[in-house]
Design a protein around this ligand. Sequence first.
Ligand SMILES: [Zn+2]
Ligand SMILES: [Zn+2]
Length: 406
Amino acid sequence: MSDRLELAGRALQRPLCNHCLGRLFAFVSRGLSNEQRGMLVRSSMEEAPQPPANFSDCSICRGLFEEINKFAELSTRESEGYEFSTFLVGTKIDAEIVEAEEALWAEVGAKETESIKAEMNREIGKVLERMLGKTVDFGNPEAVFLIDTRFDKVVLEITPLFVYGRYRKLSRELPQTRWPCRECRGKGCPRCGGKGRMYELSVQDLTGPVVMKHAEGTEDFFHGMGREDIDARMLGNGRPFVVEIRRPRRRTLDMSSIQAEINAQAMGLVEVEGLRPSNRTEMRDIKESTHPKTYRVRVRFQHAIEHGKLNELVAGLAGKPVRQLTPNRVAHRRAHLERVRTIRSMKVESVDGPEAVFVVEADSGTYIKELMHGDEGRTKPNVAELVGVPCEVVELDVIGIGDKGA
Ligand SMILES: [Zn+2]
Ligand SMILES: [Zn+2]
């Protein structure tokens, strides 16, 4: 201990408050505040100077610790009207204070120190826990107070709210997300009739705004587990998605009434189910997941083909890799790439004259329309080629996401 007392003696050549003295020994013992450590160090010295009568005379912090309650009050005011149960504090400290502190460490050879910023964050956090009746959370706080101690300014960051669900899309004229007009990029022009959009509605428009109204947020984002073509329906158990709401004032939502409201307003274009709270990690998992998909696709051949014969011709596709160059229809907005996907199963469900209905289970990202008609040879092998008869796709539905359409 005597080395430490000597260090304290050197440090106390200048006026130091107990916080700033104690911080020099922050990692010596646990369970005390730096202020208590400072008092303890002083009392174990033979002739220690008293802390400065005015906090503002402390040569390091210049009285910053006297302002903790003020910062906590400013923060409380800033957070009025927001629901959250956990929070974190971050502070900006005057560079001169930080430099003075680091110069002191170097001068007296202090090595068990904590920064003034770390102490301020923690001490304001303690006061706020009492004032707000909420808890500090380092991992996943719902609110973050960024306190600029130089200008008494508090910025409140609110963690977005995430809501999980599954949607069925029963329309063949509905994109998954808002699609700004290509011509005017959303401003409104003759091409889009002043609406700024290519399509008036989307799955996003029918879900996000309802959640946002209840959460009282400022912006909504839609994250789907992949997406289907605009003219493809999404059936079966539906497609998992997460709605993200920025700056929500409410976090505790009545999911069943939101679900009922979405379904009532969507007029049969979209149905959602399984709404529940989610989080950023799940949202990322959903966006990145690559589950196989099961499709039902109705195809019209140039002439009728007998059911058994058709089954025989396409049976060989199951388990086979298919090479697909970027389809002509999306080439204007996607890079020209070759992708290889596996067809997991393929069967002919029904045949009616020249029309046949197939059920296909394929890797995530397979272009199913191109798998059928071949896209002028850009997808190989393909059904039209195997059968030896050109065909076109009449209707496409996604009927399941995940193995065996589960
Ligand atoms: Zn001080
Ligand atoms: Zn436009």
